[in-house]
Design a protein around this ligand. Sequence first.
Ligand SMILES: Cc1ncc(COP(=O)(O)O)c(C=O)c1O
Length: 346
Amino acid sequence: MWSKLVRPIGEVSCRYESVRLATSLVPGEPEGPCVKTEVPGPKSKDLLCELKKIAGEDVDFTDVEKESCVINQPPGAPKLSILSFHGAFHGRTLGALSTTHSKHCRENKKEDEKCLAEVEELIEKYKKKDRPVAGVIIEPIQSEGGDHEASPEFFQCLQKICKKNGAALLIDEVQTGCGPTGKFWCHQHFNLECPPDVVTFSKKMQMGGYFHTEEMTPKQPYRVFNTWMGDPGKLILLENILYVIKTQKLLEQVERTGKRLKRGLIEIENEFPCIINSVRGRGTFLAVNTPKTELRDDILRRMKQKGVQSGGCGVSSIRLRPALVFQEHHADIFLDVFRQVLRETK
Ligand SMILES: Cc1ncc(COP(=O)(O)O)c(C=O)c1O
């Protein structure tokens, strides 16, 4: 499978880089056979349109297509839509901003069903508008939006809807990828029928990129290309990080620490039900809600004064994003400080 990566993906370093990526990423077992390094945030939307448009066709663009694409007009820039979710964050740049939203949804079966019905409605609506949905972009845990979760069944159904309608499914693993949920990729928790069409990564992976299924491969080189096709230096770092994750069994560590941390948070929630609620998350990728933004910010400020850095997401959530080397005794230290801060809350 990985030998397919020896296809040149850009200029100068890319042959070297794709070979390195192949060997580097094996421990992470991405299911998509093709990996490319690039800037994923800004590219996500354009990328999906591009891949959908060009995958499968082994012919060059026509002259009319070449001329019209640079002025963003059809047929070169076809009228395609991308569907994303309220509360989603896929970056701050270029096309990604148009898929970044900021309302929230909660995890429960009813909400899942309502949301999936809305997805189908929107797909129909945009088909009728002659702007068919080329792809659906979603975070496995909607992070900036407030650590909103959906069930594995939600993702399984979403994938089925995408397949039925010929839309590609892009899972944005920029925040969740590389282990913090206890699996290398968060979508591995969902038992999807088949791999997502595209998965974007960055952050812990040291560089931005994406991997995708064979069907999404542009048949001709340079169809999805820019100056920022990755960084071989970062690849050497990544190789070593992956080696450490594997040899030090850090994913198992995340599972163990995550369980302890979540159990502790639930205990604290029971002690202070008026201050925190809705403990949730996978691995050490955990969050709790507070009733108000000001209270959340105050708690974060006082945590910091006691030497603990934690962050906020959504309107009033506190999110935990410890490094993969965070251990159970570190979890105990965090929980002690958190409990103390909540005890001192007026
Ligand atoms: C889920 C997610 N997707 C994509 C991105 C990439 O964002 P940007 O394009 O601003 O680098 C981010 C950045 O934090 C992110 O959290």
